[in-house]
Design a protein around this ligand. Structure first.
Ligand code: IMP
Ligand code: MG
Length: 175
């Protein structure tokens, strides 16, 4: 990887905000009486989760699991590991998995299978970004923010080698 990839804006913070608000409205409509637990996949989801839950005004819980399928850099290894476990009970709960971006689908497929075995009352998926061109496992995204091209993205929680997570907009990198 070259030392200074060029950075181009893909979505501004205003575009992200309107997508997040729309998702929050859809989730509110479906979950307002269900006291759901929203399970975010760390680390990439931390900013999206924070904005999403602050746009929703009804009883809910938040938990996180940390998974890793990537080593360092931009390539998935294809094998998913649990790096940090959940702290909530899943059985009989309405569970909504929240993910920053679905790329190959390997990470979220692993998590959905893992959670399904714990017998939740319901299990759905919300993703801010979908990069369908690289899918290797089919994934049903129940609540989707924005579809993105086959580019490596950073900002709004997304990293490249742990850098750029703090940028408020979403960019793509070009060597
Ligand atoms: P998947 O298992 O290939 O679907 O990858 C999902 C995970 O890889 C996401 O949770 C992201 O953390 C990371 N990821 C996928 N695409 C990108 C990207 O373009 N930029 C940064 N991280 C990404
Ligand atoms: Mg992630």
């Amino acid at each position: 990887m070259s030392s200074h990839p060029e950075r181009h804006t893909l979505f501004t913070r205003e575009q992200i905000e309107s997508a997040v608000n729309r998702l929050a409205a859809e989730i509110t409509r479906d979950y307002r009486d269900k006291n759901p637990v929203l399970i975010g996949i760390l680390k990439g989801v931390f900013i999206f989760m924070a904005d999403l839950v602050r746009s929703m005004n009804f009883p809910l819980e938040v938990d996180f699991i940390r998974l890793s399928s990537y080593g360092s850099g931009k390539q998935t290894s294809g094998r998913v590991k649990i790096v940090q476990e959940l702290s909530c009970q899943v059985r009989d709960r309405h569970v909504l998995v929240v993910e920053d971006i679905i790329d190959t689908g390997i990470t979220v497929s692993f998590l959905l299978d893992y959670l399904e075995e714990k017998n939740p009352a319901s299990l759905k998926l919300c993703a801010l970004l979908d990069k369908p061109s690289r899918r290797r496992k089919p994934v049903k995204i129940d609540y989707l923010g924005l579809t993105v091209p086959d580019k490596f993205l950073v900002g709004y929680g997304l990293d490249c080698d742990e850098q750029y997570r703090n940028l408020p907009d979403i960019f793509y990198l070009e060597e």
